[in-house]
Design a protein around this ligand. Structure first.
Ligand code: BTN
Length: 279
C-alpha cells in the first residue's frame, strides 16, 4: 500500500485545533447511565490512570474520562499507545459491576464488540483477539481493561483508544504498516464527538446485555465479528511462539487452541496472527 498523504487532498489545512467538547459528546450520547459524568482533559498521562484515581475517590458507575492527548498512553502487554493531540479518541470508563467476579474479564470483550459496532457505522471492521479493532487489516482501536481493587468491591476501568483522524505521519515508522485510522480508511476527517457518542452508546447496550443475559450473547457477537473460529493462528506468548487451530472463545475470554499435537492449549495473553492473513 502507498503511504497516504498526511492531510487528505480534499481537506483544507486546519488552523484551529478540533476540540472534543463534553457538550458535543453528550449530544451524541443515547445512553441511560454511561457518561452521566464526563471529565474532558486537554492533556493527561493516561485516561486510565486518571479514571482509576477518580474511581478510588468514589466516581460513579459510568463516569467517563477523555483527553485530547495522553503523554503516557498505555496499551496491552506493557506497551504504549500513540496519542497525538486533537486527532483521536482516548476514553476511559469507570464501571462498578453488579456482576459475578468471572464477568469482570468479560467486560473487555464487551468493549471490543461495542467498538467494532461503532466503527461499523462508518466502515467494515473486525475484531482481532482479544479486542483489537481492525479496518482493512490495520489496527484502528484498542482496549485496555484494568481492575482497581482498592475498595471493598472491584472497579473496572475500560480504556478505549480509537484512531479517528490520525494521519500516517502520526505513527512512528515501525507502526505504519500495522496501524490505521478511520480517516485513512475513508479519506475524510470524522467528527470525533459523533464517533465517541456512538462508541459509548454501543458500550452501554452491550454492558447491559451482559448484565441481563450473561456472556452467551456477547460471546456469540464476538465470534461473528472475529471470524476466528476454525482458523489457523500463530500466537506470540510471553513463553514463546505456538501455532494451532482456534476451537473457541472461552467464558473467561481466553482462546482455546488445538495444537498440531492434538493437545488443547488456552491463550490468555499474547499477540495473534492469522496464518493465512486477517480479515
Ligand atoms: C492496546 O494495546 O490495544 C490497548 C490500547 C488502549 C489505549 C487506550 S487510550 C485510552 C486509555 N488510556 C490509556 O492509557 N490506554 C487506553
Amino acid at each position: 500500500m502507498t503511504t497516504p498523504p498526511s492531510e487528505s487532498r480534499n481537506e483544507a489545512p486546519r488552523t484551529v485545533p478540533d476540540r472534543l467538547l463534553a457538550g458535543s459528546l453528550r449530544r451524541h450520547l443515547d445512553t441511560r447511565w454511561l457518561g452521566g459524568k464526563i471529565h474532558h482533559l486537554e492533556s493527561v498521562d493516561s485516561t486510565n490512570l486518571w479514571a482509576r484515581t477518580l474511581a478510588r475517590q468514589g466516581a460513579v458507575h459510568g463516569t467517563v474520562v477523555s483527553a485530547e492527548t495522553q503523554t503516557s498512553g498505555r496499551g496491552r502487554l506493557g506497551r504504549g499507545w500513540v496519542s497525538p493531540p486533537h486527532r483521536n479518541l482516548y476514553l476511559s470508563v469507570v464501571l462498578r459491576p453488579a456482576l459475578p467476579p468471572e464477568s469482570v474479564s468479560q467486560i473487555s470483550l464487551v468493549a471490543g464488540v461495542a467498538a467494532v459496532d461503532a466503527v461499523r457505522e462508518w466502515c467494515e471492521a473486525w475484531i482481532k483477539w482479544p479486542n483489537d479493532v481492525l479496518v482493512g487489516g490495520r489496527k484502528v482501536a484498542g482496549i485496555l481493561a484494568e481492575v482497581e481493587a482498592s475498595g471493598a468491591k472491584p472497579v473496572v476501568v475500560v480504556g478505549i483508544g480509537v484512531n479517528v483522524n490520525s494521519t500516517a505521519d502520526d505513527f512512528p515508522e515501525e507502526l505504519r504498516e500495522k496501524a490505521g485510522s478511520l480517516r485513512l480508511a475513508l479519506g475524510e476527517r470524522l467528527d470525533r464527538a459523533r464517533v465517541a457518542g456512538r462508541l459509548l452508546t454501543h458500550l452501554e447496550r452491550w454492558y447491559d446485555r451482559l448484565a441481563a443475559e450473561g456472556f452467551a450473547p456477547v460471546a456469540a457477537a464476538w465470534r461473528e465479528r472475529s471470524r476466528l473460529i476454525g482458523r489457523a493462528i500463530r500466537v506470540r506468548e510471553p513463553a514463546g511462539e505456538i501455532e494451532g487451530e482456534v476451537v473457541d472463545l472461552d467464558t473467561d475470554g481466553s482462546l482455546r487452541l488445538r495444537l498440531t499435537s492434538g493437545e488443547e492449549h488456552r491463550v490468555v495473553s499474547g499477540d495473534v496472527t492469522v496464518v493465512d492473513g486477517y480479515a
